[in-house]
Each structure stands twice: as C-alpha cells, then as structure tokens.
Design a binder for this molecule. Sequence first.
Ligand code: GLU
Length: 510
Amino acid sequence: MKIRTRIAPSPTGPLHMGNARTALFSYLFSKKEGGDFIVRVEDTDKERSEPKWERDALENLEWLGLNWDEGPTFTKDRGSFGPYRQSERTGIYKEYLEKLLKEKRAYWCFCTTEELDAQRQDLVSRGETPRYSGRCRGLSIPEQEKNRSDGKSAVIRFVIDPRKITFKDIIREEVSFDMALSGDIVIAKNMETPLYNFTVVIDDELMQITHVIRGEDHISNTPKQILIKEALLFKGKIQYAHIPLLLAEDRTKLSKRHGDNSVTKFREEGYLPEAIVNFLVLLGWNPGGEKEIFTLKELIAEFSLDRVHKGGAVFNLQRLDWINGFYIRQKNTKELAEMIVPYLKEAGLLSQNGEEKEFHLHIQKSQPYTIQETGEGVSLDFLADVVALYQERLKKLSEITQLADFFFTKELEYEKELLSWKGAENTAIIASLGRSQEVLSSLKEGEWKKEKIEEMLLLEAEAAGDRGSLLWPLRVSLTGKKASAGPFEVAAVLGKEKTLARITQAQEKL
Ligand code: GLU
C-alpha cells in the first residue's frame, strides 16, 4: 500500500513554525517510502479563513522545499482526490451529514448557550466532568423537524459512544480515552457548515490517507474521529503519530505570547529554508548520532518516526542561528550577494536598476545596482566582496544592513572621539591618518589588493610602535564604527578613491 500523508493547514493565520514542522515530518515520512504528500486546506471556519493565509501557507511550504504531490497550487488543484479545499467540498460533507442524521448517529440540538451553561454547572456541582448532557438526543426526527421549521437555532451533534477508545500511536504507543467523559460533540453548525472533527474524517478517508501525523494538541480529537469514522463505516486504515509540542525557552507551549513564530517572519529575517528545515527536524527527532547538519535529501533517507521522542521540544533560537550561520557559510559569495540585495533595498541603501523604466537606457549590464545615496552603479561582484567580509559571522541575512551600511553611504556619521586610539590627541590622529594616506596613495591601481594594502600598512604600523595608533583611526575613518571588519579588507573593497576620501573626511572632522 502506498503511504499517503497530509498537512492540513487552516488558513486563519500565518503558517507558523509548528505547522511547518508537522508538514516536514509528514513529508519526510512519506517520501522515505516513495509515498505521496498531500496539502489540504482546512478552511471550514468561514469567518476566520482568508485567501491570503492560504497563499502564505502554500508559499512557505514551497519555499521550504516541501513539494506536495497533491493539493491546491497557486493556479489549480494537482491530484485526483480533490478538491483540496474544504470550502469546495461542502456537497460531499452534506451527504455524510444526512446519512448520520438519518441513522440517528447524529441529531439536531436546540440547546441555547444559557441552557448549555446550566447543564454544565449542574454536572460540575455533582462532581462530574462538564460535558453536553445529551438532552436533545431523545428528540424524535419529527420533533427535530418541527423545531427547525419554527426557526429555532440549532447545531448538529454526533452521538458519542461512551466507551473506552484505544488506539496505537506510532510515537506515544497505546493511547486510551474514556469517551464516557465526553458529551456528544458538535460536528456541524448547519448542513453547509461542517466542523473540523467531521470533515477531517471524511477527507482522510476519501483522500486515502494512511498516516495522520500531527501535533500532540490534536490527540484528544483522535478518539472522536475514530468514532465518526466507525459510524460512517469507513474502511481506510489510518495510523496516527502525534508529535511532541513545541516549547518556548520557559518550557511552556510555544505560542504567539512568545513572539511571532510565523515562517514568513523567519524568512524575512533572513533564515535560509535549508536551515529552517534542518532546525525543525531536530525539534523532536533524534538523529541518533553526532551529526547535526542534514540536507532535505539526507533527511528523506534517514528520518524515521521511531526516533521522534515523546517529550516537548524546546524551540531554541540560538541553535537556529547557529544552523543558519552554517548554511550561510556554505554559500558562494555571489549567491549570497544576490540574497542580501532585498535587505539592502529594504534599508534604502541600494536600488536595483531596470526596476524603474528610466534606468534602462543608460545603465550598463555589469552594474545592475545603484547605491542610493551616491547614485553610483555597482556590480554583483562588489556586493559579493562586501558580503565576503561578513560571511563568517552572519547569523541571518538581515544583519548585513547594520554591519555593512558604510559601504553604501556617502558621508559617514560618527563621533570624532571614536577616531582616538588610547586617548590620542587630535593632532596625533591627524598625523596618523596622514601616514596611512601617504602609504595608500603610493599604491598603484593594480596593487589595490587586500594583501598588498595589509603588507604596506603593517610596515608603517610596526614603525609606529603601537599598531593600533595607525590602524584604529584608519579603520574608524573608513567604517565609522567601533567594531567592524578590518581596515585592509574594508579598504580593498571600498577602492582607492573612496578610501582616500574617507581618510580626508576624518581629518576634516578633527
Ligand atoms: N487544520 C488542523 C490544524 O491546522 C489540522 C489538524 C489535523 O492535522 O488533523 O491544526
């Protein structure tokens, strides 16, 4: 039998890291066995579902590389078990609702909110678990019809068989629920508005899902779904795997309260998809060795639900940063250069030529970008040189704008005091900058390479006795920063003209 798993996002908000991890586990589990991975959009909540959240889910799943065999795409459904949006399956659900109503496995319930509250209070006061009392279960079909034609508001409840339901969970082993503690559950608001526990059973059956992999927060839904499945005489065999909760550092369930955990947010901050995949898989899955870095392809080969642990998995940002830094270091600098462009643009440091029509005519292909403040055209190679200076330390792409902004500004803004090394007076600093300028001016264009610059400046710095007295003011004059890449590297990337101009500007400041 072919393995078929699914991810079933509800488009009521952005896809969060927890959903992405569930999708990843489902994807890996099926792909390892050559199975199918399906996306089903669970948009039964008409008020809260929005197309933009569906797009967010699909875009992020695609970005993570979790390509689905079946499901909605941006244009049309892919696969033969569709539609894959629950809102387009109302007719299908309706038939099954009718069947359950006819067979008295479900009934219309007319209890008002106040009545339900009173019933619950009554049970609590008798020391029982609050649940629906089953009051409307006894209504005959004609009575139900009458109430409905009288216009009484109603919902459809499913008759819960009050017995013990035990199922085997791949992760949690044997799980039991005493359904006597659950009252009859609402499965539809009306014939056109079925609810989650009902629709999921029908879709998992009709879409021939073999393994339901989902968050542990759904575990108490499983016995309800098993009962509905039995009532509908569905034959499909489903194995369940409830994966551990994601916990925040404070070991409480990760939620909005801990900040924005949407995939989009991490993506926008400059986490790479391969890093997120690698980080997410380790939240719950134990690779069983020292190896921590896995590509998606390796994961398909190595993943198994047997090594998913039961305990909650702590969402550790430092670990994500570390993994992301690793993947950033694996990129070649040209690739990285392209990846930092959106951040530089967003920060107003760079613009991309050709985006506005007027650029078309006079801009050379070799300089596809423009430094906003100076109007100077720059190449991808220049951006690659810039990013190369930070590749070792970048934890996420967005950090580039803070680290490297001085390459994209005309006048550096910094306090002149910053130029002073060990309390040196202005005259001494001016003289020191003058020596750097002299050395650097003597270099010919062809010699303007980091190695040569370093060699010449170090000679001068050694002669000065204290290297810092030469190199500190020079570095500050070029970057305007207390901490930055070294003066040789920065000068090499800035080029001779700008380097000398910045030294002069620093002298003028003093
Ligand atoms: N729509 C549900 C959710 O987003 C899916 C639950 C399931 O996988 O059955 O949590």
